[in-house]
Structure formats: structure tokens, C-alpha cells
Design a protein around this ligand. Structure first.
Ligand code: FE2
Length: 367
């Protein structure tokens, strides 16, 4: 058998009311919490109220920082980090989609380290971050079970990630009732992000036996949701399956990271404000076609798990989920191709890729 490393630092609870049933794992993190969330998701999902009621029931003090933007910038997490440091909090609670959960990891580090946020990207910090509890309100990011955080860096005109084992959330509560307030578009885009994590983790030079197991099961479960997702039918069972699939996909990329669909997609988000999952979704079909010459069997495994016959059928299905009428100039696509080459995850793609390949994928996907 091949050698592998498997790492996860998160105790994850799944199921309806799992946070109330297991609140001991939340309240043991300290006497004061700094809650990191977005402007709306924490409140509309009901998760923020539930956390507050648990804290008030046992006398834990808390401060709410609800200023996390979509695709949080270094400046945004710096603000949160300063507020967290001034709050004397013992732990961080992240509530929301990928943006608040990723920001929570950055803020957990900035709360205990007097550094500039750009240093996060190089893991250049010295003190242990505050412990983190994570409560996802979307079914897509998987951030609740990973040690990765994606931040927007205007200086580099892109999003970049840092990964550090000390920011695995100590505990995560995955309750599908918190995903019920998502709009159709957010539900679909985040689901596509999760599928993209499973696919890119599986078609990845660093894939292992264990990451493959998580990836294929994530895709199996996602495959059970395809019809409902295509018909915008988000019943509770489908929401639970999507949340479960996104967790499995998160456990996949916690081992492997992503590849070029994410690497290219960051530019679509940075320059055109296309939501992250949708950006991946627009690229996935051509990404599969590009890799098919070196990974035919593995791509067939992906399609089998999804219960889709061919890459063409996959493309037809994706067009039902994500479409874009945004126009791109040749110069824009060339710029995105160049920026994608600089992403760390490019080297993990199964088929070696050059800038011209990136451009072709972009042109076929968006041109
Ligand atoms: Fe993603």
C-alpha cells in the first residue's frame, strides 16, 4: 500500500440540534467568546441566537463581530483581529459560510499575534491562536473541518490561502436547520463549491487512499442530490445530504488542497465578483476535459459516483445550475491565466498545466 498522512483536528457533530445536545464541547472552550460572523447569515440562520442562548444560560460572556465581508480581505480580518485582541476572549466562534469561517481562523491567529495580516499567508506567526468553534450556515465550504483559510489580497489581485494545523476548529456543529435560510443561488453555488472540492481533491497529485475515500463518498452523496438540486428542491433531507457531502469534501481537501479550478476561479471572484462556488462551477466541465487525457479512469470514477454518464452530460447539468452572462475580454482571460499560474494549488493538478492551457480552459468555459 502507498504511504499516506491523514490529519484532522476537529471534533464534528452532525444532526438536528447537535449543538444543544453537545454544548459541553462549546462551553468548555473558555469564559469569554468572540463571535465572528457576517452581516446577515448568523442572524437569519438562527445559529447566532442559539449560540447566545447557550452562553447566556451558563454565564459565558461574548462579543459579536458581524462585519465579515464576502471574500474577506486582509484589512477586514485585521479589524476583527484587533477587536478580538481587545476583547480578552478565550475562544472564537465562527458562524456562517466560508467567508466568516475562514475569517475566524485568521482572527484567531491575529488575536494572539501582533503581526500584519499578510504574514498569515506565510504562516509567519509565533503564538498559538485562540481555539475555534465552527458553525456552518451553508453546505459548501467544508471550512469547519479544515485548517485552511482563503483571504483576498488586493496587493496580489487575488485570493490566497494559508493552512496551519493550529486553526483546525476544535469543534464543529453541522446542523442543516442553519442552512435553511439560504437563497436558491447561495444554496446552489455553495453546493457546487463542495462538489468542486471533492473532484479537485480526487484529481490531485497529493490524493491518498483516505482522501479518495472521503472524495468518492462526498460525490456519492452529492449524486443523490443532483435531481433535487437541479429542480431547486431543497427539502430537509437534501439539505442534510448536501451538508454531509460538503463536510466529506472538506475532509478531502484538508488532506489534498484544491487544484486549478479553484486557482482560476479566484480571478473570476476577485475581478468580476462571481460567487466562489459559481466560479468553480463555470470552469469544472472544461477542467474535466483538460484532465481527461491523463486521468480518464479517475474522471470516470467521479462521473460514476455522481451517476452521470459522460463529461458532456456533466456539462449539460452544470449549465442548469450555473450560468453567467458576464463578458470577458481576451486581455482579461490572459491576465486570469497568468495569475492562476502563480497559485500554490496549480502544482497539484494531475495534468501539468501551462499558462496557455489555463487560457484555453478559460476561453472554452467563458469565451
Ligand atoms: Fe472552495
Amino acid at each position: 500500500m502507498t504511504k499516506f498522512k491523514f490529519q484532522s483536528g476537529t471534533k464534528a457533530y452532525f444532526g438536528k440540534d447537535c449543538m444543544f445536545d453537545n454544548k459541553g464541547d462549546l462551553i468548555k472552550l473558555g469564559k469569554k467568546a468572540f463571535i465572528v460572523t457576517g452581516k446577515t447569515s448568523g442572524k437569519t440562520s438562527g445559529a447566532l441566537d442559539d449560540v447566545v442562548s447557550i452562553f447566556e444560560g451558563v454565564g459565558i460572556k461574548y462579543e459579536v463581530f458581524d462585519k465579515i465581508e464576502n471574500n474577506p480581505s486582509l484589512e477586514n480580518v485585521k479589524l476583527g483581529g484587533m477587536a478580538a485582541a481587545n476583547s480578552d476572549a478565550d475562544f472564537i466562534v465562527g458562524i456562517g459560510g466560508g467567508s466568516p469561517l475562514d475569517a475566524a481562523k485568521a482572527i484567531a491567529i491575529l488575536a494572539t499575534n501582533d503581526i500584519e495580516p499578510i504574514q498569515l499567508i506565510k504562516n509567519d506567526f509565533y503564538n498559538r491562536p485562540l481555539p475555534i468553534a465552527a458553525i456552518p450556515t451553508t453546505a459548501g465550504t467544508g471550512s469547519e473541518v479544515t485548517a485552511a483559510s482563503i483571504l483576498t489580497i488586493p496587493e496580489y489581485e487575488t485570493k490566497m490561502s494559508f493552512v496551519h494545523e493550529d486553526v483546525f476548529p476544535k469543534v464543529a456543529f453541522l446542523d442543516a436547520k442553519y442552512t435553511e435560510s439560504m437563497s436558491r443561488d447561495i444554496a446552489v453555488n455553495t453546493a457546487v463549491d463542495a462538489m468542486s472540492h471533492a473532484i479537485e481533491g480526487y484529481l490531485n497529485k497529493t490524493a491518498t487512499l483516505v482522501s479518495d475515500m472521503f472524495a468518492i463518498e462526498a460525490l456519492n452523496v452529492f449524486g443523490e442530490c443532483l435531481i433535487n438540486l437541479g429542480e431547486n428542491n431543497f427539502d430537509y433531507e437534501t439539505r442534510e445530504k448536501l451538508l454531509y457531502s460538503s463536510m466529506l469534501a472538506g475532509l478531502t481537501i484538508a488532506q489534498t488542497g484544491t487544484t486549478i479550478a479553484h486557482g482560476i476561479g479566484y480571478s473570476l471572484t476577485y475581478f468580476k465578483n462571481i460567487p466562489h462556488g459559481k466560479a468553480n462551477g463555470l470552469l469544472l466541465t472544461e477542467y474535466l476535459r483538460f484532465n481527461n487525457s491523463v486521468a480518464k479512469d479517475r474522471i470516470q470514477n467521479v462521473l460514476n459516483a455522481l451517476k452521470i454518464k459522460s463529461i458532456d452530460d456533466f456539462g449539460s447539468y452544470m449549465k442548469k445550475l450555473v450560468i453567467s452572462d458576464i463578458e470577458f475580454s481576451e486581455d482579461e482571460l490572459k491576465k486570469y491565466a497568468s495569475l492562476a499560474m502563480k497559485q500554490k494549488n496549480t502544482a497539484k493538478n494531475l495534468r501539468s498545466v501551462c499558462e496557455e492551457d489555463m487560457y484555453e480552459i478559460l476561453l472554452k468555459s467563458l469565451g
